[in-house]
Design a protein around this ligand. Structure first.
Ligand code: WQD
Length: 355
């Protein structure tokens, strides 16, 4: 029987790319999304890319316990990938309770329903933000987490811990996940710690749709290039790096999506070595802000309007992944080059502009 994956937040940026890769790998998918931070553009794009008009779409808010429970009663779900969450760091500082309520409650509901219906495999969408600032680079999964510097980051740490504790506690219900049953079962869990996801699907039919002024670098670059923004501010050129700008590990969103398929199959095929596992998902290559801007200009043959501006509060100098564990255990490795990724980001922006 085909395995079915519930993708919460599946209409969003990363969720839509993951839905495509899951369908193409032969999984059935149920998309659940409350459309609070996106519209149906990407879901329509997923249908076009995969040629599938029959993907179940459930417009639900995972903060509503009954709605989540109903999903697990209606569908036999072999794995959940939980994306449904707020993700703006600055907003989380201004409105912490909104972040704690939404990001924690939705995950609690998913975990309770997952365990109540015979157990389930749960993949949590975590972030490299849990590592904070460290001198020991690249970071491995064993690198210590630093105290979170924003409520957003704190929800990522807390959800990781909630998943780990749930796995431990529900192990008492046996080892085999028998999803769809009407009795409690074990939860198995994987947290994927993403570095900086960027780019879009090569079809240019799905990509990032930021609301308002983008916080993240690549949407700001593409919106400046298309003329929606006047000028890109590069936040800080006095960092202790080779060109003075920050270093990050930019991971292509399609590569990132494939990591989810690898992690889901590890869970559903019973290949986990531990009930709860953590993987870094990055390229292992640090790239500076200026390098990224220059590469964008070069591959797309565009002169970008940018200036150096003061540092942005809360930014760390450098972080990049040691992705060796993901390669060894998941058989996953980033494939696309930064050039290909930045070309895809630009193709998506042009698609949105109707060009
Ligand atoms: C990257 C670099 C900026 C915008 C954040 C979250 C993290 C994760 C991903 C989100 C930095 C510089 C940016 C601009 C710039 N989760 N920059 N001008 O800060 O590494 O990570 O997004 O869901 O938790 O913290 O990503 O894209 O904002 O910034 O110079 O207009 O680009 O200073 O060095 P960041 P980013």
């Amino acid at each position: 029987m085909m395995k079915r994956v519930l993708v919460s937040g599946g209409a969003g940026y990363i969720g839509s790319h993951v839905t495509v890769e899951l369908l193409q790998a032969g999984y059935d998918v149920v998309v659940a999304d409350n459309l609070s931070n996106c519209d149906l553009t990407c879901f329509e794009g997923v249908k076009k890319i995969t040629g599938r008009n029959d993907i179940p779409f459930e417009k639900i808010d995972c903060c509503e316990r009954d709605a989540v429970d109903r999903l697990f009663s209606e569908f036999r779900i072999d794995a959940v990938i939980h994306f449904a969450a707020f993700k703006a760091v600055g907003e989380s500082v201004a409105e912490p309770l909104k972040y704690y309520r939404n990001n924690l409650l939705s995950f609690l509901n998913i975990l309770e329903a997952a365990s109540a219906h015979g157990g389930c495999n749960v993949l949590f969408s975590s972030s490299a933000t849990v590592y904070g600032e460290t001198d020991r680079l690249p970071v491995t999964e064993e690198s210590p987490r630093q105290p979170a510097t924003s409520p957003y980051g704190n929800t990522k740490q807390m959800c990781e811990d909630i998943l780990r504790d749930t796995v431990m506690a529900t192990a008492a219900y046996g080892t085999e996940v028998m999803s769809g049953l009407d009795k409690p079962g074990p939860v198995k869990g994987i947290s994927l710690r993403y570095f900086n996801p960027i780019g879009a699907h090569p079809s240019a039919l799905i990509g990032e749709l930021p609301r308002g002024v983008p916080n993240n670098l690549v949407p700001y670059i593409t919106q400046t290039a298309i003329g929606k923004r006047e000028c890109l501010s590069i936040f800080g050129n006095d960092y202790p790096t080779q060109d003075g700008t920050c270093l990050r590990d930019y991971i292509d969103v399609v590569d990132l999506a494939k990591a989810h398929v690898a992690a889901v199959s590890r869970m559903t095929d019973g290949r986990m070595e531990d009930g709860y596992e953590i993987f870094n998902i990055g390229t292992g290559r640090p790239v500076s802000v200026l390098e990224l801007v220059n590469t964008f200009e070069k591959v797309n043959n565009i002169k970008l309007n940018y200036r150096f501006a003061p540092r942005r509060a809360g930014d760390i100098t450098a972080i990049w992944a040691d992705p060796a564990k993901a390669e060894k255990k998941l058989g996953w490795k980033a494939q696309r080059t930064v050039e290909e990724t930045l070309a895809s980001a630009w193709a998506w922006e042009k698609h949105l502009a109707g060009k």
